[in-house]
Design a protein around this ligand. Structure first.
Ligand code: 5GP
Length: 213
């Protein structure tokens, strides 16, 4: 690779309430940007039908999760809907160093922790970008979740309250994509991911990429 193309990668923090269409959007963008990588989180929740250990998540017992946490294995961790979730350091840091763009699908608590950690970690500060996917309105989100019909009334109320909290934190994020029309939102997300590759912060310290060797 020529010197001018040598870069570290982006650590892309992507949040959004369930029902905002995050996974559909990412799936659509991935078709055009196949090199995007994903961080596989650990969770103590049980796998849903079709989910595989090591693909969607690393499904851990509460004891296993706690041991990893105690050993300092997580970049961030949080409790979401009564379960623990965490991003493993081993899933992201090395990959970003070698130039991969890694997506972290995490909630607002995790995003807040990464923002905080970046204040004292220059490498993290250079790599992290924060994107929030929002539904057009809470009413529409509720309608989408009802249509999905996988939640009890109680779960639905919990999800909506969590969504409202998450959306209220939008200023924590650098970018906000409103998923009104799927095609438009996917094009916006793809545009963001492409432009992230051009950030000067990814060019290694001391590099003078414009100079011929
Ligand atoms: P689900 O259980 O439906 O897959 O995910 C529930 C929520 O947990 C989603 O908002 C998702 O973004 C969040 N989540 C998944 N993995 C992590 C993680 O490693 N850390 C944090 N903070 N949130 C996560």
């Amino acid at each position: 690779m020529s010197e001018i193309r040598k870069r570290t990668g982006n650590l892309i923090v992507l949040s959004g309430p369930s029902g905002a269409g995050k996974s559909t959007l990412v799936g659509a963008v991935r078709k055009h940007l196949p090199d995007l990588e994903f961080s596989i989180s650990c969770t103590t929740r049980k796998p849903r039908p079709g989910e595989l250990h090591g693909r969607e998540y690393y499904f851990l017992t509460p004891e296993e999760f706690e041991a990893r946490s105690q050993a300092g294995g997580f970049v961030e961790e949080a409790r979401v809907f009564a379960h623990r979730y965490g991003t493993l350091k081993s899933e992201v840091l090395e990959r970003v160093r070698r130039g991969a763009d890694v997506i972290l699908d995490i909630d607002v608590q995790g995003a807040t922790q990464i923002r905080e950690a970046a204040k004292h970690d220059a490498e993290l500060a250079a790599a992290a970008v924060f994107v929030l996917i929002s539904p057009p309105s809470l009413e529409l989100l509720e309608a989408r979740l009802r249509k999905r019909a996988t939640d009890s009334e109680e779960q639905l109320a919990l999800r909506l309250a969590a969504a409202e909290r998450e959306l209220a934190s939008f200023r924590l994020y650098d970018y906000l994509i409103v998923n009104d029309d799927l095609e438009t939102a996917a094009a916006e997300l793809e545009g963001l991911f492409r432009s992230f590759r051009l950030r000067t912060g990814l060019i290694p310290e001391g590099s003078e990429p414009w100079r011929r060797k």
